[in-house]
Design a protein around this ligand. Structure first.
Ligand code: ATP
Ligand code: MG
Length: 478
């Protein structure tokens, strides 16, 4: 282990937000060791702006809770952590970890619980990449380097601690982290890592909780280097295990949306990570719509069903939170409204809460060569730039063109869907509670009526009985 002078590497307390200093100082004052570790130190050394700062200490989560009281919440089961609120910021405080005990790993070697407290040396060995293992004590102005991590930072090398195969088996998410850091930092990945990311290891991602994979996908979408990471996901065969039924290759639409996302981040614009999910799943959604239309559903119902189906299927891989699901379905629904707006509804459509996202989506479709938008992306783009007087003229002109277009094609007025802008764009699926399910079960269904069973028939009041299998004698079935 070597102790480095922080100032030599350009690190000082002036670069740190008061929140992390507050956490480090409070723990130190209470008699514990405390360091800043991980991405914060790595990014500062690289001259990048860290996304956040993580702290590590020899205090157990319960002891951290004692120090911070109501400002602290203990979270996580597989990996227990303390969340400490400092001002408006949240700092993750981890406890030094020792290797997990044997019995808490799965058959494939995945660590199911990683809450075995240990020393700083043991904690270092549990971390993933060498570049993420620097421990910075800002008040002492010291950095502890256990594995010449600074050299790897200097040479832009991504090396895993220990045997890559074993480290990926312990936690398959590390494969995603490999690609994320390589894309974000522009580092080269060690050959011994590249060799082992093969289909047999990649398929272990299927065992990772879809919640965790959603979090990881969000980090990938918002790191500002989505364009670089997408081809990597395809090359390593990770794409298909992360996203259900997305196009097998990166389509021009996905490519353009990724570029646009990165650009927005680089100029400090906000992005909604669910937007990229809407892009990824768009083609699948359209196919599913066709499926329901062929079955005879009316368009609005086909879209509603298709949206729910596609998102449900995706949630077997990455659980998309309810609010994000609604956002995605609203963006899709907006596409129909923006394509064929009723002239009198145009101003209120442009003022709709989901207009911006829907319009961005439409424009990206159009710019990536989707001709089914019929130039409406550009039309809306121009509309927004006009003064209110000119907007009226623009709408009148749009109306005239529409009528002329129909006459030319010798069409009658097409069946235009009627949209009421005062009602929500999509209906939320009703969440069934246990009680409502029970009620449904005891209610009469048409089948019950047909079979002559009425509501007070005992069969409908039957309750599920918990059987004690110890009392059951299993014997030959004949
Ligand atoms: P960033 O926050 O910029 O995405 P980071 O390196 O800080 O990158 P975090 O997920 O915040 O990543 O984790 C903090 C530190 O915890 C990491 O730097 C690493 O040392 C350790 N760590 C995180 N995830 C893992 C993992 N799956 N396996 C081993 N160590 C990990
Ligand atoms: Mg971090």
């Amino acid at each position: 282990m070597q102790t480095l002078r922080a100032s030599k590497y350009g690190l000082s307390t002036t670069l740190l937000p008061s929140s992390i200093l507050d956490v480090i100082d409070s723990l130190t004052k209470a008699g514990y060791e405390a360091y800043i570790v991980g991405g914060g130190v790595r990014d500062l050394m690289l001259g990048l702006a860290p996304k956040d700062f993580d702290a590590v200490t020899n205090a157990t989560p319960a002891q951290v809770k004692q120090v911070f009281g109501r400002r602290c919440r203990i979270i996580g089961r597989r990996f227990e952590l303390a969340h400490v609120y400092s001002g408006r910021e949240l700092i993750e405080v981890a406890t030094f970890r020792a290797p997990p005990k044997k019995e808490v790993t799965s058959a494939s070697g995945m660590i199911l619980r990683d809450n075995n407290w240990g020393s700083i040396e043991q904690d270092f060995a549990r971390r993933d990449f060498t570049i993420n293992t620097l421990y910075y004590q800002p008040r002492k102005g010291e950095i502890l380097d256990f594995c010449h991590a600074v050299d790897d930072i200097k040479h832009k090398r991504l090396s895993l601690l220990g045997d890559p195969k074993q480290r990926f088996e312990e936690d398959p998410v590390r494969m995603l982290r490999t690609l994320r850091f390589a894309a974000k930092l522009g580092f080269t990945i060690d050959d011994n890592i590249l060799e082992v990311i093969q289909p047999d290891l990649v398929q272990l991602l299927r065992d990772v909780s879809p919640n965790r994979l959603y979090d990881e996908s969000q980090k990938m979408f918002t790191m500002g280097h989505l364009t670089q990471v997408l081809p990597m996901l395809i090359d390593f065969g990770i794409w298909k295990s992360l996203f259900a039924e997305v196009p097998a290759q990166i389509t021009p639409f996905i490519q353009l949306a990724a570029k646009n996302t990165d650009q927005r981040i680089s100029i400090g614009k906000t992005i909604n990570p669910a937007f990229f999910y809407a892009v990824l799943l768009w083609e699948t959604f359209l196919k599913r719509c066709d499926h329901y239309l062929n079955k005879g559903l009316v368009p609005a119902e086909a879209r509603a069903q298709a949206g729910l189906d596609v998102l449900k299927r995706q949630s077997t891989r990455t659980v998309i939170p309810r609010f994000a699901e609604t956002f995605i379905r609203e963006v899709w629904e907006m596409q129909v409204r923006l394509l064929n707006p009723k002239p009198q509804q145009i101003p209120s459509l442009a003022a709709h809460a989901r207009f911006r996202a829907g319009f961005d989506f439409l424009l990206l479709r159009e710019r990536s060569g989707d001709t089914t938008t019929e130039g409406m992306g550009q039309w809306w783009e121009q509309y927004q730039e006009l003064s209110s007087d000119d907007k009226e003229k623009w709408i009148a002109q749009f109306n005239r063109q529409r009528i002329r277009g129909r006459k030319k094609a010798n069409q009658k007025t097409p069946v235009v869907e009627h949209f009421d802008l005062d009602v929500p764009l999509v209906e939320e699926p009703v969440k069934k509670t246990r009680r409502s399910r029970q009620r449904e079960q005891t209610e009469q269904t048409p089948a019950h009526v047909a079979s002559g069973i009425n509501a007070d028939h005992p069969i409908l009041k039957r309750r599920r009985v918990q059987r004690n299998l110890d009392d059951v004698v299993f014997g030959p079935t004949q």
